[in-house]
Design a binder for this molecule. Structure first.
Ligand code: FES
Length: 118
């Protein structure tokens, strides 16, 4: 039996996704929700929309549960580049939107250290 067909990926519906961990723990362990992750998510969503970047072929801002990098939180990850960010405030989110989501340039200063996981 021959398998001569090749798999061709369809065009991506969105150019980029950014996922924000919004996980909340009630047992006292560190979590992104304790560090204003919801506010950052809301801010990112509104900035992406205001910049005209939201929608098919562009950018989608998504909520996520724990991304298992809690020690680096609050975190967000951008795909398809798989670039992880540890942000602090809305200025950081503005920079991610303008530089990465709009122009495809990684914000080096906000990169999550590789060694930080859970
Ligand atoms: S709680 Fe946010 S990465 Fe785990």
């Amino acid at each position: 039996m021959s398998c001569g067909s090749s798999v061709t990926a369809p065009a991506s519906y969105y150019q980029r996704h950014i996922f924000f961990c919004l996980n909340e723990r009630t047992n006292g362990d560190a979590c992104c929700a304790q560090q204003q992750a919801q506010a950052a998510f809301d801010h990112c969503k509104s900035q992406v929309k205001a910049a005209g970047l939201a929608g098919p072929g562009q950018v989608r801002v998504n909520k996520a549960g724990c991304l298992d990098r809690c020690a680096a939180g609050p975190v967000a990850v951008v795909y398809p580049e798989a670039v992880w960010y540890s942000y602090v405030d809305t200025d950081d989110i503005d920079e991610i939107v303008e530089s990465h989501l709009k122009n495809g340039q990684v914000v080096q200063r906000l990169l999550t250290p590789e060694y930080l996981g859970r």
